[in-house]
Design a protein around this ligand. Structure first.
Ligand SMILES: Nc1ncnc2c1ncn2[C@@H]1O[C@H](COP(=O)(O)OP(=O)(O)OP(=O)(O)O)[C@@H](O)[C@H]1O
Length: 276
């Protein structure tokens, strides 16, 4: 049987090298943030990218969404080579791939009402009439479980969890195929983290989105992902089905990440399916 489904995004042997300011005889003046990273994101799939701070997760995510140029390797977007990221290609990727960042306080404009922040991406892409944009903002706010009164609020008048819901609504405004969620719950109060995770996984299912979920916390990654990719020092050290990586880790680094995760949260293998 032929495989008719093709990847939305494919990274082939990506390397990202940054120049650093330190330099000197004993310090190299470059850093290889991502080293020979390859993977395919299929429609509807969730890939969890996990590893400690500085292992290259965000840089990989930035290559995926067209914010960062790869020093080496190839980026294919729906089969088209977009490694060089022309302005037109970046705009096209921006419509299909949306990012939810760690801190909604910085992701949102503090001086703009929620409704204007939801309408803004539609206006930038010249989509819909004024009334259609307002209708879409109302639909989006409902989708993320907020009352329509939130549309008139400024971000500072909302809680951290509510602000992240607004950031998710904004990320969904252009009806993307892919969400890149970069540590979307780390800046939130522990009490609302599960709600935001459930919201993301429910929306993902409902809208048939693919997702790259980035976290240093393998527990959280296991909860939302079909496939886990473990990164260390810019390289992928292990990958596989979430259940296999979580319950049968092969690499010492993955075992270390699991050992460091709070054991109280370890579910049984039977429970190792998203609870949404
Ligand atoms: N623009 C940049 N210039 C120089 N070095 C950078 C730049 N961006 C990232 N780095 C370095 O590249 C490495 C990987 O960073 P990256 O942010 O991708 O890691 P990460 O796993 O996402 O970490 P965190 O979870 O802390 O965000 C780090 O050593 C970081 O200091």
């Amino acid at each position: 049987m032929s495989d008719a489904v093709s990847p939305i995004i494919e990274l082939k042997n990506i390397k990202v090298i940054f120049k650093t300011r330190t330099g000197g005889i004993f310090h190299p003046n470059t850093i290889t943030a991502v080293n020979d990273v390859s993977f395919k994101l299929m429609p509807g799939q969730t890939i969890g990218l996990v590893g400690e701070s500085g292992c290259g997760k965000s840089t990989t995510a930035n290559v995926l969404c067209g914010l960062q140029t790869a020093t080496e390797g190839t980026v294919l977007f729906k089969g088209v080579d977009v490694t060089k990221r022309s302005a037109a290609q970046r705009k096209k990727i921006g419509r299909v791939v949306s990012v939810v960042f760690q801190d909604p306080a910085t992701a949102l404009n503090a001086r703009m009402k929620v409704i204007d922040q939801l309408i803004d991406p539609l206006a930038v892409h010249a989509l819909g009439t004024k009334q259609e944009r307002i209708d879409r903002a109302m639909e989006l706010i409902r989708m993320v479980g907020l009352p329509s009164s939130a549309l008139d609020a400024l971000p500072g008048q909302l809680s951290g969890g509510q602000r992240q819901r607004v950031a998710i609504a904004r990320a969904l405004s252009l009806k993307p195929d892919v969400i890149i969620a970069d540590e979307p719950t780390s800046a939130l109060d522990v009490s609302v983290r599960a709600q935001i995770l459930n919201l993301l996984t429910n929306l993902k299912k409902e809208l048939g989105l693919a997702m790259v979920f980035i976290s240093h916390d393998i527990q959280t990654v296991r909860y939302v992902s079909d496939e886990i990719v473990v990164m260390n020092g810019g390289k992928i050290v292990e990958r596989g089905a979430a259940k296999d990586v979580f319950y049968h880790p092969q690499h010492e680094y993955t075992k270390m990440l699991l050992a460091a995760a709070p054991s109280l949260l370890h579910p049984t293998e039977e429970e190792c399916v998203p609870r949404v």
